[in-house]
Design a protein around this ligand. Structure first.
Ligand code: ZN
Length: 465
C-alpha cells in the first residue's frame, strides 16, 4: 500500500475521535470579542495545545505578544531540508453567539442533526484546527513520518480582526517560516463540492457618535425644538447608501480594480441560481437582493465594496421612556473590493459624514483596524497540488472561488515569507451560517477535508521547495 493510502485509511479509523475532540473545543466559549470570555480563550488555547501534542506535533505551546490573545504554535520538522515546509493555519477563537434564543440548540453544547454538527465554532474555525491535527496524525500513526515539514499556527483573535498578528509574526518569523501556507478557515462551494479560495474582500470600520445634549431630556418638554440624536444618526446612515444599497458617499469606490473581462465571464457563470442563494441564506419571501442590478451577483459579493451597520446604540426599547437621548452611535463596517485602500475609503466616509451631520450635532468618528482585499493568481504548482488533493479528498473537482469575507492577515502573511502561495480551503459551506445563529459543520465534508489535507501534504512534497 502506498504511504498516502495508509494515511488516508488512518483518517477513517479515527474520525469519531476527531469529532469528539471538536465537540470538546466547541464547549469552550472562546469569544475573543468579549472580555468576560478571555479566560475561555485561554482555555481553548490550552486545549488546542493538548490536541496538537496528542497528535504528534512538537514544541507545541501558547505564545503571544503584548496585548494579544494566545496563539498556539507547533511543528514537526523531520522531513529533511529538501522537503518543503507547510504552515497550517486555523483559529481557536469564535464569534459571540448572537441571540441565544434563536439557536435550535445551545450554541456551546454541540448537537448533530441531519449529518451536521451544530455549535458556535463547529465550522469557524475549530473544525479547521482539528482537521490539521488529524491530517498530521494520520501520517504519523500510519507511516511514522510526514512527507513535508509542518508548522501549525492556531490564532486566538481572528474574529476581532487579528490586531496583533503582524507584531506576532514579526517577532516569531523564524519559528513560522514556510514555503506554502494552508489555511483551513474558508470553505466549500457547496455541500460535496470543495472550494479553493483565491479572492477575499478587504475590511474597514468606523464608530460614528452624534451628540446633542449634556444628558437626556424630556421629549414632551423639549421635543420639537431639541434635535433627536437617533434620528440624526439615521439620516447620516441612510445617506451612505443609494437606492440599491450600494455605497453612495463620494470616494466609496475609490481605487476599485475592475475584474478583467475573462474573470468577469467566469464570475458571471456562478450566477446560476440567485433564488437558491437567497433561500440558503434565509432571505424572507419578498425581500429583494441589494447591489447594482447591472453587476452580477457574485461580482457584487466578491469584488465590490459594501456597507453594513453592525452595531447601533441609542436606548434599548426595554426600559425606554419619553426622553430624547443625549447621544447615539453606530458601528459601520465596510467590505472593500480589490485595489481599495481602507484608510482612503475611511477618510472619504469621514468627510461625507462630517458634511452631512444635521442640526450641528457634535460628531466623533473613530476608525477601527482595516485591511485591504487579497487576491492571488490561482495557478502554479502549489495550486495544482491543492486542486489534485481536494479532488482526491472529495472525489469532485474543486471550484476556484472568491469569498466576500475577509481574512486580513493572508496577504501580509504570505508577503512576510516572500510571497509564498496561500492555499485557502476549509470546513464551511453556504449552509454553515458562520457568525450567525445555528452555525453548523457538514460532518461528511469535514472528513473529506481531512482526507484532502492528507493528500495535500503528499502532493506538496512532490512539488518540492
Ligand atoms: Zn474563521
Amino acid at each position: 500500500m502506498a504511504a498516502v493510502d495508509a494515511a488516508i485509511a488512518a483518517v477513517d479509523d479515527v474520525i469519531d475521535d476527531a469529532r469528539a475532540e471538536l465537540e470538546a473545543l466547541v464547549r469552550i466559549p472562546s469569544i475573543s470579542a468579549d472580555p468576560d470570555h478571555f479566560a475561555d480563550v485561554r482555555k481553548s488555547a490550552d486545549a488546542t495545545v493538548e490536541l496538537l501534542r496528542a497528535h504528534g506535533l512538537e514544541n507545541v505551546r501558547t505564545a503571544g505578544v503584548e496585548g494579544s490573545q494566545p496563539f498556539v504554535i507547533g511543528e514537526w520538522m523531520h522531513a529533511g531540508p529538501d522537503a518543503p515546509t507547510v504552515l497550517l493555519y486555523a483559529h481557536h477563537d469564535v464569534q459571540p453567539p448572537g441571540i441565544v434564543e434563536n439557536w435550535t440548540s445551545d450554541p456551546f453544547e454541540p448537537e448533530e442533526r441531519d449529518g451536521r454538527l451544530y455549535g458556535r465554532g463547529a465550522a469557524d474555525d475549530k473544525a479547521g484546527g482539528v482537521a490539521h491535527a488529524h491530517a498530521v496524525s494520520a501520517w504519523l500513526t500510519s507511516t511514522g513520518t510526514l512527507p513535508c515539514n509542518v508548522r501549525v499556527l492556531v490564532e486566538g483573535e481572528e474574529e476581532i480582526g487579528s490586531p496583533t498578528l503582524h507584531a506576532f509574526l514579526t517577532s516569531h518569523l523564524d519559528e513560522l517560516r514556510a514555503d506554502v501556507l494552508v489555511l483551513a478557515d474558508a470553505g466549500n462551494w457547496k455541500v460535496g463540492v470543495p472550494g479553493l479560495t483565491y479572492s477575499l474582500r478587504g475590511l474597514a470600520a468606523v464608530d460614528i457618535e452624534l451628540r446633542a445634549l449634556d444628558g437626556p431630556q424630556h421629549s414632551g418638554m423639549s421635543g420639537g425644538a431639541i434635535p433627536d440624536p437617533v434620528m440624526a444618526l439615521a439620516r447620516v446612515l441612510s445617506s451612505l447608501v443609494d437606492e440599491h444599497g450600494d455605497l453612495a458617499f463620494e470616494g466609496g469606490f475609490e481605487g476599485l480594480a475592475e475584474p478583467a473581462p475573462k474573470e468577469r465571464a467566469v464570475i458571471a457563470g456562478f450566477d446560476d441560481a440567485p433564488e437558491r442563494f437567497a433561500r440558503t441564506l434565509g432571505v424572507r419571501p419578498g425581500v429583494q437582493l441589494t447591489g447594482d442590478p447591472a453587476v452580477t451577483l457574485h461580482e457584487r459579493l466578491w469584488l465590490r465594496p459594501c456597507l453594513t451597520v453592525i452595531g447601533i446604540d441609542g436606548h434599548p426599547i426595554k426600559g425606554s421612556s419619553n426622553q430624547i437621548v443625549a447621544r447615539a452611535s453606530a458601528r459601520v463596517s465596510l467590505r472593500l473590493g480589490p485595489g481599495q485602500d481602507p484608510d482612503r475609503v475611511i477618510a472619504n466616509l469621514r468627510a461625507h459624514v462630517e458634511r452631512n451631520v444635521p442640526w450641528g450635532l457634535e460628531c466623533t468618528i473613530s476608525a477601527l483596524e482595516g485591511a485591504p482585499a487579497w487576491q492571488t493568481d490561482p495557478t502554479g504548482p502549489a495550486f495544482d497540488a491543492a486542486r489534485r488533493a481536494l479532488h482526491a479528498g472529495f472525489g469532485v473537482e474543486p471550484v476556484l472561488m472568491g469569498v466576500g469575507g475577509s481574512i486580513p492577515f493572508v496577504g501580509p502573511f504570505a508577503d512576510a515569507f516572500g510571497g509564498i502561495p496561500a492555499l485557502l480551503m476549509g470546513p464551511d459551506d453556504p449552509g454553515s451560517n458562520i457568525h450567525g445563529e445555528d452555525e453548523s459543520l457538514h460532518l461528511g465534508d469535514w472528513r473529506s477535508l481531512i482526507r484532502s489535507e492528507v493528500y495535500l501534504l503528499d502532493e506538496l512534497a512532490r512539488v518540492g521547495r
